[in-house]
Design a protein around this ligand. Structure first.
Ligand code: MN
Length: 405
């Protein structure tokens, strides 16, 4: 290999930069990369694997060669089982700075969705000629379409092969050569182990995709930071109701939860546990509730909902944020009608999913129309009357009245 055969970093990153608007995305621009003096022969080569919840969830394998990260999209992620072959689609080279990137790419941008650092470390090509550096051996093997290499990562260790199965001409704008990724037989190989299912948190921050997405949504972060997210609670009150128009609801059974939906991810926070733990408690949800909420998160955009989780059913009572618009100052009736529209437009059509999430029924009442007899006849344990013109205020509020019976 002559020096001339080494592509410049600047040249290699042109495609990466063309695809992105760095005014909008927080991904690194790679513009500083070509001025960095890093001799490829003098250090160990870096690798990262990023889990990327774009329109299709996939993993991105990136191997350092010639000062850039050679990249492949691996739909199913890597395996430690030698009998598993994984498809890897070659994509554009990424800058070295991308190795630290974790966060959310805005939905309308290229690769929109949340990125998590799934694994990182160094790698070495398994075969080098006499006196050849790792970097030169790597470049030669990739050009030949067959690279045997070893991961020295946190999760991935041992030897793998990348084999090009379909070459697509580099001159094409969307050149995506197809490769296969297989685990070689060695002491790190484990039959039947599903490491992709096992490792669901970031190697950098310990966070799940959902937590990264929630932390990256400015409006959500604002709501979580201030106490507005603490739930609004009713004051107990004997009839008659004070003046005003109220929405009468049956208080739903179950655990009071705040539901955060953002960038295709779902997070439920137990509001009671939140009192003692600032980060709140993440609840595991029943599959149908999770499925319905995921659908809502993908089609309805960012939402914050107030509700109650009871077994495999979520009852939604209020909406505090819709698509980056904070609704807490809006009157109850406005929040409620927007919530009804949002849910009816975006809940999935599959019956069991649709049935897993529902809204409370409500009835407009005044002090004249809600009598002690009517409440007694309803035989409900907990009736709550909410002023239809009231904002959502955290803590115990006199706008919401639990009817004493
Ligand atoms: Mn990707």
């Amino acid at each position: 290999m002559t020096r001339n055969a080494t592509p410049s970093v600047k040249q290699s990153l042109r495609k990466y930069q063309d695809k992105r608007d760095f005014e909008v995305t927080r991904e690194p621009s790679g513009s500083a990369a070509h001025s960095r003096s890093r001799t490829p022969s003098a250090h160990r080569l870096a690798f990262v694997i990023q889990k990327h919840a774009a329109s299709h969830l996939h993993f991105d394998l990136r191997l350092e060669v010639d000062g850039v990260m050679k990249s492949w999209a691996v739909p199913k992620g890597l395996s430690v089982d030698t009998s598993v072959k994984r498809l890897a689609m070659e994509v554009e080279d990424h800058p070295m700075d991308y190795n630290k990137f974790e966060g959310t790419i805005p939905q309308d941008e290229y690769g929109g969705g949340t990125v998590m650092l799934w694994d990182r470390g160094t790698w070495t090509p398994d075969e080098a000629e006499d006196g050849e550096s790792d970097n030169d051996a790597a470049r030669r093997a990739l050009a030949a379409g067959k690279l045997a290499f070893t991961f020295h990562g946190v999760h991935l260790k041992g030897s793998y092969a990348l084999i090009r199965t379909r070459r697509i001409d580099k001159r094409g704008d969307e050149s995506r050569s197809q490769w296969l990724l297989v685990k070689h037989r060695d002491r790190h190989a484990t039959t039947g182990r599903d490491i992709v299912a096992e490792v669901t948190t970031s190697v950098r921050s310990g966070r799940t995709l959902a937590e990264i997405a929630a932390a990256d949504n400015d409006e959500l972060r604002e709501l979580e930071d201030v106490d507005t997210i603490a739930p609004m609670k009713p004051t107990t009150h004997a009839l008659p109701l004070p003046a005003g128009v109220f929405a009468l609801e049956v208080e739903p059974e179950g655990t009071r939860v705040m539901v955060f939906l953002a960038n295709g991810t779902v997070r439920l926070v137990d509001t009671h546990a939140r009192k003692t733990n600032r980060d709140g408690k993440l609840l595991d949800t029943a599959p149908n509730v999770e499925g319905a909420l995921l659908h809502l998160a993908r089609s309805g955009g960012a939402l914050v909902l107030d509700g109650a989780l009871h077994g495999d059913h979520l009852t939604v009572t209020d909406m505090l944020l819709e698509r980056d618009e904070v609704l807490t100052e809006e009157p109850w009736l406005e929040r409620r009608s927007r919530l009804e529209v949002a849910l009816s437009a975006s809940l999935p059509s599959r019956k069991e999913l649709k049935a897993a999430v529902s809204l409370t029924d409500w009835l407009a009442v005044t002090s004249n129309s809600l009598t002690t007899d009517a409440v007694r006849a309803a035989k409900h344990e907990k009736l709550v009357a909410k002023r239809i013109d009231s904002p959502y205020e955290s803590g115990t509020s006199s706008f919401w009245l639990r009817i004493r019976q």
